[in-house]
Design a protein around this ligand. Structure first.
Ligand code: SAH
Length: 215
């Protein structure tokens, strides 16, 4: 994906109190949550952050982390949080590449990972860069608790078909899948829309989703 550089975004991310600045900070927070048997959810590739912020507002008892690789995108989430009178206390952001997830998170520390509208990397030779690839799922598996969950949404049918072939060898079992999420009334009762989901579904693209569990 080509990105515009947003002036000042690096400084905004580096100085924000909504952002984790080291693996040590994350460990302290997650240990605290573990002591009170709390739940931790992580979105990888949160973009501008609408999904993770809306989740945090809706579920104050769950701790949410929004991870994003690019400051220029992440700064939009920081701006929204800065503008809120009462920003959620149960949300923190992290600027990091999914490839480095094990540097930032302790083993078996996360209950659920969300992958929303991950970059499709359509060329075969780039398959390992796709976040729902076996390569990434194996990394994610280390930081997920036993029976931890991954929920993945996309409008890209090729990426979804690829993802459906990848999870089993990586040690996950399928709990749910659909290729038309917005027609599933039960799922839609709790569905939180992402920026991309709104954009693509309003153009008439059906949304695919799976839920898998670490076994
Ligand atoms: N989840 C948002 C944005 C989807 S676009 C939504 O649904 O609206 C995909 C996002 O993933 C982009 O912001 C991109 O910068 C981020 N991303 C891509 N590869 C990543 C990686 N390896 N680690 C972290 N974030 C990544």
């Amino acid at each position: 994906m080509r990105l515009k550089h947003v002036k000042g975004s690096e400084e905004a991310v580096n100085s924000s109190s909504f952002v984790f600045h080291s693996p040590e900070e994350i460990k302290i927070k997650l240990d605290e949550i573990k002591d009170r048997r709390g739940t931790v959810c992580l979105e990888i590739g949160m973009g501008k952050g609408r999904f993770i912020i809306d989740n945090a507002l809706l579920y104050p008892d769950i701790f949410f982390i929004g991870m994003e690789m690019y400051e220029s995108v992440m700064v939009k989430a920081i701006n929204r949080l800065n503008a809120m009178e009462e920003p959620p206390l149960n949300l923190m952001l992290l600027r990091a590449d999914a490839a480095d997830i094990r540097t930032f998170f302790p083993e078996e520390s996360i209950d659920k990972i969300f992958l929303n509208f991950s970059d499709p990397w359509p060329k075969n030779r780039h398959a390992k860069r796709r976040l729902p690839s076996g390569h990434f799922l194996s990394l994610f598996s280390h930081v997920l608790k036993p029976e931890g969950i991954i929920e993945f949404k996309t409008d890209n049918r090729d990426l979804f078909d690829f993802a459906m072939r990848e999870f089993e060898p990586a040690g996950f079992a399928l709990l749910y899948h659909t290729c038309d999420l917005h027609s599933d009334e039960e799922q839609m009762k709790t569905n939180i829309c992402t920026e991309y989901e709104e954009k693509f579904s309003s153009k008439g693209h059906p949304i695919c989703k799976y839920i898998i569990k670490k076994i």
